[in-house]
Design a protein around this ligand. Structure first.
Ligand SMILES: *[C@@H]1O[C@H](CO)[C@@H](O)[C@H](O)[C@H]1NC(C)=O
Ligand SMILES: *[C@@H]1O[C@H](CO)[C@@H](O)[C@H](O)[C@H]1NC(C)=O
Ligand SMILES: *[C@@H]1O[C@H](CO)[C@@H](O)[C@H](O)[C@H]1NC(C)=O
Ligand SMILES: *[C@@H]1O[C@H](CO)[C@@H](O)[C@H](O)[C@H]1NC(C)=O
Ligand SMILES: *[C@@H]1O[C@H](CO)[C@@H](O)[C@H](O)[C@H]1NC(C)=O
Ligand SMILES: *[C@@H]1O[C@H](CO)[C@@H](O)[C@H](O)[C@H]1NC(C)=O
Length: 451
């Protein structure tokens, strides 16, 4: 019996350690926690890649957090190495691959960077078929969470948070409601969801983006008037811009020539040379190239145990959208958010206010229309006594803007976002169902109001 037991432990350890990353090319400093890279077989053919970074604090008690990059088609590895992870790509003019991130979120949490759906990053389909949609992606993400907890059983009861950005504004609410609906069969300690510049309502996004662009000096009077009167029949407030409508064609032209980085209009950009380039030549362009090239390297693939049948790495797999491989089905997440909020799952929506693609107005208007009880009106929040943005607090849901930040808020405002996420994890921990409901709700409000 004893022997069997230790054999089981040995097996268990060897399974886990098999996925542990020992060395990463170009990484010349200590990362202070264990890293794992592996796959979750979410269907007969779909294999989702995860990169799991344990907490640098106390892995055994810190929350378990999943991060989803958007797109659809962008790899969550980008979230790790260009947004909120422990080591970020150094600027191309620096003679180092990486730099340490003092404000990495794994100083307070265990984070699983899950690349979803199959076809993004190192995630793939064994038969090459990566055709998918919102519902199938949500099913497979749910499967991935359960498989992960099976693979790492010591995390089974940890507080769990779902985080991500952009199109994860669709992935996360759909996954969260599957977890909520499945609680009876498979309990998961889901405490909260936090989404950055989420694509939560694609019906209103074209008009909020137009409104945003006009008011940030990016659209001429003539073009704006034509769009408002032609495309929107005079009512920009309620207009649902249909890009197939010939009066709305100018929407597509609005952003050209692309001398702006649409995802962060405050960036420095140069004249665009190649119309085909995904990104204009802005001050982050060389870095994006550097990242994409790094993960093409065979030594890097080997260090991450990527099998040869997995495809070449792309920062974002543009074919997912351009060729309709990913069929978008949902354009309004209202019913999902209402369900999540009603289930007592704490929800945070944060928007970098320099992003014109998933602009904060989409988030602000979306949240206002949910008609959730408001606890405090829009007011500034501060970090080191400096206004870092605005926040509006509703029952179980907080909406904030992050001043001066682009599409990936933690990238441009690492300190501010670190504090926001830290407060969010803490506030979500307060259990309001005890007999001290009143006292605790006061504490809860104080903590939640800190940001
Ligand atoms: C996952 O799929 C791969 C490729 O088909 C296979 O080699 C591996 O054994 C599968 N893993 C599990 C746990 O089923
Ligand atoms: C840059 O790094 C390479 C390889 O580590 C080294 O040989 C070279 O001397 C470094 N150059 C500078 C200017 O530090
Ligand atoms: C590809 O996968 C999708 C989603 O699972 C499925 O609906 C479709 O039938 C598959 N296509 C082929 C050619 O197998
Ligand atoms: C917030 O969550 C609590 C349970 O924690 C629930 O009683 C309350 O109704 C929720 N608020 C809303 C607006 O659904
Ligand atoms: C919120 O209230 C407005 C006005 O009564 C209504 O038009 C809208 O549908 C409501 N939103 C939701 C999500 O129920
Ligand atoms: C609060 O804590 C009690 C006792 O620990 C537990 O039974 C209950 O489910 C918790 N409620 C929530 C909303 O987490």
């Amino acid at each position: 019996m004893m022997m069997k037991f230790s054999f089981a432990i040995f097996l268990f350890l060897s399974v886990i350690l098999a996925d542990e990353i020992k060395k990463l090319p170009g990484l010349n400093f200590k990362v202070y926690s264990r890293h794992f890279s592996g796959y979750l077989n979410v269907s007969e053919t779909h294999r989702l890649h995860y990169w799991f970074v344990e907490s640098q604090n106390t892995p055994s008690v810190d929350p378990l957090v999943f991060w989803f990059e958007g797109g659809p088609g962008c790899s969550s590895i980008i979230g790790l190495s260009d947004n909120n992870g422990p080591f970020l790509f150094a600027n191309p003019d620096v003679n180092e691959t990486f730099r340490r991130n003092e404000h990495t979120w794994n100083r307070m949490a265990n984070i699983v960077y899950l690349s979803s759906p199959a076809g993004t990053g190192f995630s793939y389909s064994t038969d090459g078929n990566i055709t998918t949609n919102d519902e199938l992606t949500a099913d497979e993400n749910y499967e991935a969470v359960k498989l992960f907890l099976k693979e790492f059983p010591s995390y089974r009861n940890h507080e769990l948070f779902l985080t991500g950005e952009s199109y994860a504004g669709i992935y996360i609410p759909m996954l969260a409601t599957r977890i909520i609906d499945g609680q009876k069969d498979y309990p998961i300690n889901l405490k909260g969801i936090a989404i950055g510049n989420g694509a939560v309502n694609l019906k209103i996004q074209p008009r909020t983006s137009l409104f945003y662009s006009y008011h940030h000096g990016l659209v001429s009077e003539r073009v704006y008037k034509r769009l408002v009167n032609g495309c929107c029949k005079g009512n920009i407030e309620t207009c649902e811009i249909d890009l197939r409508n010939s009066y709305c064609q100018e929407m597509k032209e609005m952003g050209k020539p692309m001398v702006l980085f649409d995802y962060d209009i405050s960036q420095k950009c140069y004249n665009r040379k190649n119309e085909e380039d995904m990104f204009p030549d802005c001050n982050n362009y060389q870095k994006l190239k550097k990242i994409a090239e790094y993960y093409l390297d065979d030594n890097v693939r080997e260090a991450l145990f990527i099998p040869s049948e997995a495809p070449q790495f792309h920062y974002c797999n543009m074919a997912m959208i351009d060729h309709g491989i990913y069929k978008k089905e949902k354009d309004d997440m209202s019913e999902y958010f209402l369900k999540i909020v009603a289930a007592g799952v704490k929800t945070l929506l944060f928007y970098g206010d320099q992003d014109k693609v998933c602009d904060f107005l989409m988030g602000q208007q979306f949240v206002a229309k949910l008609n959730i009880t408001k606890i405090s009106a829009k007011e500034p929040w501060f970090v080191n006594k400096i206004a870092a943005g605005y926040k509006t607090v509703y029952s179980n849901l907080t909406f904030i803007t992050v001043r001066g930040a682009g599409h990936s808020a933690a990238k441009t405002r690492p300190l501010e976002m670190y504090q926001v996420i830290q407060e969010f994890f803490k506030a979500s921990r307060i259990n309001a169902s005890s007999s001290y409901v009143f006292l605790i709700s006061i504490i809860f409000n104080i903590i939640f109001h800190l940001f």
